[in-house]
Design a protein around this ligand. Structure first.
Ligand code: ATP
Ligand code: ZN
Length: 526
């Protein structure tokens, strides 16, 4: 209030100063008359008011600034949450090799004195890398749970701040707190957000944050039982400085679970759920090829929700099937408004995928459907029966052919190109490009093309990729022409029943022959 009055007075006196100066200098006889003495008085008062204002304002500004910084510190302090997790290794299914390696770290934390006496240094930095949803966070919290340590969990992206120095300060605070609460486990998810190669992403703030992380990793000594676990899906992006000995030098790959691990994970997540005795977890594990632990946790929960919705006493196989479908293909669209003509196109498109899969004997077709789900108007659920780690060139051609089966069927039956094959084309192009760049399966020879070289060679690469995809497409058309009757049968059945499961498809195709053995010329034509 006081400040406001001073500002108004100051404003009035500044105007008076201007007017008085004008009238004195110009000897103006019109308007208010000021003498030289008046003018001096006005200037004097204005100056006093100005000095007073400045004195009044500065402490206020300073006070304001202090409040602001205090608030910021409070904000930054509250972001790092810490807990004492109850998670143990029992909650983490599969991943036996990783758990074995972590046992040493756990022993170190639990019996740190023993190691310190020997002068052994604590393994400070562990890096989990691998695809998303594979249990990296779960494992880190289990390490804390097994050692009764304090668990600090943060995501790399939380440290990416607009203002230089803020991210670095937050890293410092995080480590300070962890040391105070030792023994502790610090978990930094998405570490690539701060630890990306410096030349790739030149950003001063990020560099400072990364440097601070390096300083902290180098800084703590053997007295402090603090273990830092970082996780990333993109290890290739990380700055080498982070991976050097003494920093994140223990790398553990956390892979997508294989069939045995999937079974274990499903057991963990169905432990407290009433299951129909007919359900064999082993079979569920086989049906969920390629899924991560997070997917499996989601499916188990989804199946339970469906059972509740249907007022069932126990969770049945059908509930699991519905849950798997929902997780893979998305939510079923209620009351879809698909035109009859579109339905026909979708029926032939999906029939094309399914039939090519059957002709080539690739992955097991579990279901074909033209019921819209998520953004897709139809879908084919296909799962390999076994976990596969290596594919031959021939098998990759077959994969591309199955992907193109939808478009090929549309072209064969309707002689048109439609927009419905966008995702298929994307996948086929990607796989074709991988064959050329990563696997040395083209006329460019047995070479591996690094991502940064791709730009310079993109014309050649594109030509080779196109050659592969085009060849596969022509072969697919040829296969579908050979089995056009079967294509029509599947499409008609789909229009009739909307969904066919694996057995129904088998029944429909009867004594359908496997693909005729290809001639040498045919193979070379691709
Ligand atoms: N091996 C596993 N055993 C039991 N549950 C698992 C396993 N892997 C994943 N899960 C389930 O999936 C959920 C998500 O896993 P988590 O968050 O640990 O994955 P993540 O690898 O950290 O993923 P992201 O890379 O996306 O951060 C877990 O909470 C758990 O329910
Ligand atoms: Zn398709």
């Amino acid at each position: 209030m006081k400040k406001r009055i001073i500002i108004i007075l100051l404003f009035i006196f500044i105007i008076l100063t201007v007017i008085s100066s004008y009238t004195v200098w110009s000897n103006n006889s019109v308007g208010p008359q000021f003498t030289g003495g008046d003018r001096l008085l006005i200037i004097g008062i204005t100056s006093i008011l100005f000095i007073y204002y400045m004195k009044l304002d500065r402490p206020a500004q300073l006070a304001h600034a202090t409040i602001k910084t205090e608030k910021k510190e409070k904000d930054t302090n509250t972001k790092e949450t810490f807990t004492k997790p109850k998670t143990t290794f029992e909650d983490v299914a599969g991943l036996d090799e990783v758990k074995e390696e972590l046992a040493e770290v756990i022993d170190f934390i639990n019996q740190s004195e023993k190691y310190k006496k020997m002068g052994a240094k604590i393994p400070k930095g562990i890096l989990f890398h691998g695809p998303p949803g594979t249990g990296k966070t779960l494992l880190a919290s289990a390490v804390a749970g097994e050692t009764k340590s304090t668990f600090f969990s943060a995501s790399g992206s939380e440290f990416v701040e607009k203002y230089v120095g803020v991210g670095a300060k937050r890293i410092r605070t995080l480590f300070e707190k962890a040391k105070k609460e030792a023994p502790s486990v610090i978990f930094i998810d998405e570490v690539d957000a701060i630890g990306a190669k410096r030349h790739l992403d030149s950003n001063n703030e990020k560099d400072q944050t990364l440097n601070q992380l390096l300083v902290e990793l180098d800084g703590f000594n053997t007295d402090q039982t603090v273990v830092v676990i970082a996780a990333t899906n993109r290890m290739d992006l990380l700055d080498e400085a982070l991976l050097r000995p003494g920093r994140f030098d223990r790398h553990m790959y956390i892979s997508n679970p294989n069939v045995r691990a999937r079974e274990e994970i499903l057991k963990v997540h169905t432990k407290n759920k009433p299951l129909c005795p007919k359900i064999e977890i082993k079979n569920l594990a086989r049906k969920t090829h390629g899924m991560s632990g997070a997917h499996l946790a989601n499916i188990s929960n989804e199946a339970a929700i469906i059972a509740v919705r249907e007022d069932a006493e126990v969770i049945s196989l059908d509930h699991f099937d519905q849950a798997i479908e929902r997780v893979i293909a998305g939510l079923q669209v209620r009351n879809p408004t698909v035109l009859q003509k579109e339905k026909e196109i979708v029926a032939f498109h999906e029939a094309g995928h399914a039939l090519v899969g059957k002709i080539l004997g690739t992955d097991m077709v579990q279901k074909v459907s033209i019921i819209p789900r998520g953004q897709a108007l139809g879908y084919v659920l296909q799962m390999p029966e076994d976990d596969r780690y290596i594919y031959t060139q021939q098998e990759l051609y077959h994969k591309i052919m199955v992907m193109l089966g939808g478009r090929a069927a549309e072209q064969l039956i309707f002689n048109h190109l439609s927009t419905g094959a966008k995702d298929d084309l994307k996948k086929a192009t990607e796989l074709g490009m991988q064959m050329v760049c990563d696997y040395g399966m083209s006329d460019l020879g047995y070479v591996y093309n690094e991502a940064n070289m791709i730009h310079a060679m993109s014309n050649d690469l594109n030509k080779e990729m196109n050659h592969i995809v085009k060849g596969c497409f022509e072969k697919t058309i040829h296969q579908l022409k050979t089995y056009e009757k079967q294509l029509n049968d599947i499409a008609k059945a789909l229009l009739d029943r909307e969904t066919l499961n694996g057995d129904e498809l088998e029944e429909l195709l009867g004594d359908f022959k496997q693909a005729p053995v290809k001639t040498k010329e045919e193979l070379e034509a691709v």
